[in-house]
Design a protein around this ligand. Structure first.
Ligand code: ACM
Length: 676
């Protein structure tokens, strides 16, 4: 096919909006042109590499072949698949070895023709992203596996695309960290921010100060060998590992072994509760800095990334206010506030980090004009802090809006753009926004349910960090996320398996289906409401129904997509699928009751199941009315709203997101509102 005709065809396809929509890419590429025809993947596939990649590329290519083999069930043998590029059907050209560091070139181009695939990239990091793209592009029909003919030109929008994992509130074992690194690579994230010290635990082996982890944890910590292993594992996948040692607040665990670090005398215990606590490092003592000289020298060797995160958040100042020596020190040195005292501390820490070749990053509380603009501000309290920092010449990253511990919908995170279209920042200021990080705080997660809290939502966030800002169609994101969800399992994420195991435990060997139907329609309370509603501690079991409920109730997401489609197209198939779902929810009450009859672990959600039945039957009635154009008057609408608001009341720290759609339906049915 001539080039001209090829592009004409692309234009037609894109205009029709057809093909591109059905690809299951996430993150969506910067530029994509879709052609006609396919590259069939069969046992004749031969791959050749040209150029000068870093040695990390080969194992990535081998993993690609293994995954392709698994998915297609074609027994590719790596020794016969990998050949000289001259005769290969898939050629990968890489100009130079990449370095896993901020700002490295991660771009690639991909051209798939009917008999040839060509990948080009500056560094192997780009080619590795492309291999992930290819795995997402693999389709099948009744006769073959294939890649759609297309051209992709891709590069990240932001250089810093992170996931923070808190390994402190609950200890998250190395194998869990590693499988999350694989999933990060799948969606082109490139920074693992490892939160390693907290009130509830100091989690790193330190040879310089062994009491930090021996007394400052419950015995669960990462050995230096494990840390090196994780760093190597991540580096092989193009991912930086940045440690966080949170100081001067959130530091109770440090003081269990080293009480002399604290700003108040006494003995300390590893904290079991969650929140903000008083123990704070004393910034006025020379010994404090001697301690950090030695510790950060050790940790700088252990963690080779050029950035070291010093936390700096939520220092409540209580110990500082009460300590007469600290007050005296402040007076003598003209330090007028705790914030200024923290800046004094940060400047001293900065000098130590610099000596060890590190750049400093911290939460937005470290932002203080006396600190040089070589530090990076990590904004969690609001995007204003990030923008303010950018205006004053500081680089920054955004986590406000990406707190995945708060059980919010993927769509909310997805639409939170570090640099929205209407940003008031100048181009130079905008260039200081390096990217962002999803943050997995671990108050309410443990090794068992962390995967289902991180994924699949973080894939939507990864798209926000990688793809152009105008890729923001929520329904299409959810459509693709559904596919990504299964691919995550293929990458090793245990979100589906562990959740089902939790439900099996709750059901004590009985069929889990009624509980699954209920939980697939329920969501944990959002924001910080759960933290306040139970006396959660590091030892409180995270094994109740709410711990197996997902932030986006999957069956309600499906219902919402069907409803949106139905509103647009009046599609009969969508209508009938919605009725089936509602029927399933109505009927589930009886099955759930018999499941829960002799099971005290499920007692707390019986009312939730009753509410789902009642809500689904109202929704069904409304849907039928919408379909037949029967309106409701204001009085009836208001009565229904009262009923729905009652059914919305949280039960066992969960709520029913269907209620939002039901309220939408009432509004739609009210006289005067357009039903199209
Ligand atoms: C934070 O959430 N305290 C950084």
């Amino acid at each position: 096919m001539g080039k001209k005709y090829f592009y004409l065809l692309i234009a037609i396809i894109l205009l029709k909006g057809g093909y591109a929509q059905t690809l299951n890419l996430m993150p969506w590429p910067t530029e994509i042109k879709i052609g006609e025809g396919q590259f069939v993947v069969d046992k004749t596939l031969k791959i050749g590499v040209e150029g000068n990649p870093d040695k990390r590329f080969h194992p990535n290519l081998v993993r690609f072949i293994q995954q392709l083999s698994k998915r297609t069930t074609i027994p590719f043998d790596r020794d016969s698949v990998l050949i000289s590029p001259v005769d290969a059907s898939m050629v990968i050209k890489i100009s130079r070895p990449g370095i896993v560091k901020l700002g490295e070139d991660e771009s690639y181009t991909l051209k798939i023709d009917s008999n040839k695939i060509l990948i080009t990239s500056q560094t192997e990091l780009g080619a590795m992203h492309c291999l992930q793209t290819l795995l997402q592009l693999l389709e099948r029909d009744k006769d073959s596996f294939y890649f759609q003919r297309l051209e992709i030109n891709d590069k990240p929008r932001f250089a810093w695309r992170g996931l923070m994992i808190d390994g402190c509130r609950h200890f998250i074992p190395v194998e869990v960290i590693k499988r999350n690194i694989d999933a990060m690579a799948m969606v082109k994230l490139n920074v693992l921010h490892w939160h390693l010290s907290e009130d509830q635990g100091f989690r790193v082996e330190s040879k310089a100060y062994p009491k930090l982890y021996l007394m400052g944890s419950n015995g669960e910590y990462y050995t230096q060998e494990q840390i090196k292993d994780v760093i190597t594992y991540a580096n092989e996948r193009g991912i930086r590992v940045m440690p966080e040692f949170d100081i001067p607040g959130h530091a109770t665990a440090w003081m269990v072994g080293y009480p002399e670090l604290a700003s108040a005398s006494g003995s300390y215990k590893v904290e079991k509760f969650f929140g903000v606590f008083d123990p704070t490092i004393d910034p006025t003592k020379k010994e404090t800095y001697r301690f950090f000289e030695k510790l950060f020298k050790e940790m700088s060797h252990l963690f080779p990334d050029e950035y070291m995160h010093i936390g700096g958040d939520e220092n409540n100042g209580v110990q500082w206010n009460k300590n007469p020596n600290i007050q005296e020190f402040m007076k003598k040195n003209g330090i007028k506030s705790n914030h200024e005292l923290q800046a004094y501390f940060n400047l001293k820490i900065l000098e130590i980090l610099k000596k060890n070749g590190k750049k400093m990053i911290g939460w937005d509380e470290i932002f203080q004009p006396t600190l040089p603009n070589s530090i990076v501000i990590h904004s969690w309290r609001g995007r204003e802090a990030m923008e303010d920092a950018a205006k004053k010449g500081y680089q920054s990253i955004l986590s406000n809006g990406y707190y995945i511990d708060l059980f919010k919908h993927a769509s909310e995170h997805y639409l939170n753009d570090p640099l929205p279209k209407d940003s008031k920042l100048s181009p130079v200021e905008q260039s200081r926004i390096l990217g962002g990080e999803a943050t997995m705080w671990a108050e309410l997660v443990n090794a068992e349910n962390i995967d289902s809290r991180i994924w699949p939502r973080t894939a939507a966030i990864a798209e926000r960090f990688w793809s152009p800002g105008d890729i923001n169609d929520v329904d299409d994101m959810y459509r693709r996320l559904d596919v990504v969800n299964i691919r995550l399992e293929e990458a090793g994420i245990e979100h589906i398996k562990c959740r089902e195991a939790m439900m099996r435990r709750l059901c004590n060997g009985s069929n889990i289906e009624p509980l699954k139907i209920l939980l697939d329609a329920s969501e944990p309370l959002k924001g910080y409401k759960r933290h306040g509603s139970k006396p959660y501690t590091t030892e409180y079991p995270l094994s109740r129904p709410v711990d197996a409920a997902l932030s986006d109730a999957p069956e309600v997401v499906r219902f919402r997509l069907l409803f949106n489609d139905y509103k647009k197209t009046k599609n009969k198939e969508s209508y009938s699928q919605m009725l089936d779902l509602l029927e399933k929810w109505v009927n589930n009450q009886a099955s759930f009751n018999s499941l829960a009859a002799n099971n005290t672990a499920l007692k707390e959600v019986v009312t939730l199941s009753d509410n789902l039945m009642e809500l689904a039957s109202i929704t069904r009635k409304l849907l039928i009315q919408i379909n037949s154009g029967i309106r409701i008057d204001d009085i009836e609408g208001d009565m229904l709203k009262i009923q729905i608001n009652r059914l919305k009341t949280p039960v066992a720290e969960m709520e029913l997101p269907l209620s939002t759609l039901t309220l939408d339906m009432i509004n739609l049915l009210k006289d005067g509102n357009k039903m199209e």
